[in-house]
Design a protein around this ligand. Sequence first.
Ligand SMILES: Nc1nc2c(ncn2[C@@H]2O[C@H](COP(=O)(O)OP(=O)(O)OP(=O)(O)O)[C@@H](O)[C@H]2O)c(=O)[nH]1
Ligand SMILES: [Mg+2]
Length: 413
Amino acid sequence: MERAILVGLDLGKTSDFENSMAELDSLAKALSIEVVGICTQKADAPTSNYYIGKGKVDILKQDIMTLDANLLIFDDELSPSHIRNLEKALEIKIVDRTILILDIFAKRARTKEAMLQVELAQATYLLPRIVGMYRSLSRQKSGTGSKGPGEQQLELDRRVLRDKITKTKRELKDVVITRRTQRNKRRQASIKTVAIAGYTNSGKSTLMNAILMHAKKKPEKYVFEKDMLFATLETQTREVSLEHNRNFVITDTVGFISKLPHNLIEAFKSTLEEVKEADLIMHVIDVANPNYQLQVATVETVLTEIGVSNIPIINVYNKIDLVETPSLETENNAIYISALNDNNIDLLLKKIDQLLYNEIKTTNLLIPFAEGQIYSFLKDKANIRETTYTDEGIVLKVELTDDLLLKYSNYII
Ligand SMILES: Nc1nc2c(ncn2[C@@H]2O[C@H](COP(=O)(O)OP(=O)(O)OP(=O)(O)O)[C@@H](O)[C@H]2O)c(=O)[nH]1
Ligand SMILES: [Mg+2]
């Protein structure tokens, strides 16, 4: 049984330090690690030798003994030299948030693709870090200037890792090609695709199943959903048909988390390509989480990072059954649902249908000068083709989706 102390450096830059530490705790629990203590320090920057201050290292040494800990988990990705120095000073196993996330992914990976992606991320993470492990060995240098046994072993292991990375990348490429072929087929058949993205545990898979239920799919088509971090590791794609023969393909994806290891984003790019090439993205947000706004920001950052742009996004505020009075966001394309209780799924489907299929119509509107806010709203949200100022107000020739057309039907001329 591993007994861990969580260690975090509060750099004061982000307001989410406590949240991040709480999340680290969940990550540890997901690996059945017992958390026996927490050690935090406020600082302007990590120190170069121990990441935390030397004084804190001494305190930790005491804590490790008193709490009988055998593992330290740092909330940030540590450099190879940090790990080396800390291990030497404290004589205890040191891991960081990245390793935890990688371990969870490794534990959950079931399909060939997920396993390959995790292996690639682990090998890439390990490559610059294996140096430390052989430090003691490599000091046994032979006097002649030739390489000592440690160094030779290190070079060998590095080569093994590099070969592994190359091989895994090649195998993954084949998977990517298969996915691409499937996507191209869909595109040729002009089947629309909707991707579900969002923070881990926000309810993406539950939403997928709720939609499948509405589409009267057999339960064997349902996907795995569970109250745990990273329940879903590989994309799952299902076909859904709505009324009027309007079909689309819906894809459930891996969840995001703050400080998602970069290696992992790289490794999961093929999975996330589905999101990048979707016709529509549903961003599932867990409103019952007090930090959901930070989670939204994280997801938006990752989406940008993987190259999502110009794809309509519906912000799906989920788990409204858990909050008494949800503070409704007023943005366009927001919808409030409970995936678990099947609440507002029909509305969501209508919205999807609208966004995927309804032709955008060009209309003329007369906006009285007194209602300038409508004009500014449309300037932001719609494509205005012509603007003419008349005595009665502003005449706009504007492209509107059906819902906006309905909303401003009183102004149509
Ligand atoms: N109360 C409530 N719980 C929900 C709702 N939607 C999902 N959940 C619960 O939230 C937990 C996570 O749901 P999942 O659908 O597995 O979440 P996910 O986003 O797919 O998570 P990962 O695949 O791990 O990233 C489960 O225990 C669900 O039952 C909801 O609307 N209300
Ligand atoms: Mg899931």
